[in-house]
Design a protein around this ligand. Structure first.
Ligand code: G3P
Ligand code: CA
Length: 243
């Protein structure tokens, strides 16, 4: 199976991360899918933003969880990247699903609940992907092992990935024990051992954040199930070499 290319936070090298311009660009660049980060607002709306706090990517201050969605909608989430993107807004997961519904894209929704344990996040995300009928092309991932377990309890068939950035002696079997169906690992964790165990245990591996050509080529050669990259255009071009 060919390695799927996921645009990390959209095509985030070229446009403000986790915003419509970055998602549109990823689609234009012919990424197979989009990876995005989900946090929860004060009024329980799943919203796409990487950090728990607003300062790095918006003109807001404080925690996402302390604002209602309508307040967060007023923020600028593009100017931090370039003045060209001034006026770009944060969007809800629902708005994203509305946009993606008629496009042939895979989705990787990362639940950002490893620092803040957002109550009900798993249920809300599941309810939305079911409502938009995209469960079959969605991967839910999380660094939070309890959340991986919970997601599996809620849905027996969904692709649920355990995300890992740090070493673990028995990573694949640990992920399997949580109920994960795939493994998302930092590129520094990619080695023969994890590739072998994932094959034996039938756990597809997707690797993040793979931007350098040499690393992209390594993932393609090793037939990883997916790569998550800020530069989907580069990855698409390199993949043509393998056709
Ligand atoms: O989902 C892979 C990757 O996005 C996890 O790390 O910090 O970029 O969300 P981060
Ligand atoms: Ca992420």
């Amino acid at each position: 199976m060919e390695t799927k290319i996921f645009a990390h936070r959209g095509a985030s090298k070229y446009a403000p991360e986790n915003t419509m311009p970055a998602f549109e660009l990823a689609y234009e660049m012919e990424a197979d899918g989009i990876e995005t980060d989900v946090q929860l607002t004060k009024d329980g709306v799943p919203i796409l933003i990487h950090d728990e706090t607003l300062e790095r990517t918006t003109n807001g201050v404080g925690f996402v969880k302390d604002y209602e969605f309508h307040e967060l909608q007023k923020l600028d989430a593009g100017a931090y990247f370039s003045s060209r993107y001034t006026g770009t807004r944060l969007i809800s997961l629902e708005e994203f699903l509305e946009w993606v519904t008629d496009k042939p894209l895979y989705l990787n929704l990362e639940l950002k609940n490893n620092k803040i344990n957002y109550k009900g996040l798993e249920e809300k995300v599941l309810q939305l992907i079911r409502a938009y009928k995209v469960e079959h092309r969605t991967i839910i991932s999380s660094f939070n092992s309890e959340s991986v377990k919970k997601m599996r309890e809620l849905d027996a068939n969904l692709d649920v990935a355990y995300l890992r950035s740090k070493k673990h002696e028995a990573l694949t079997s640990y992920a399997k024990s949580l109920g994960a169906s795939s493994l998302h690992i930092k590129h520094t964790l990619l080695n023969q051992q994890v590739l072998y165990s994932s094959e034996v245990m039938n756990m597809p591996i997707r690797v993040y954040t793979v931007n350098r050509s040499a690393n992209i080529l390594q993932c393609l050669r090793k037939k990883c199930a997916g790569i998550i990259t800020d530069v989907p255009d580069r990855a698409v071009k390199l993949r043509h070499r393998f056709e």
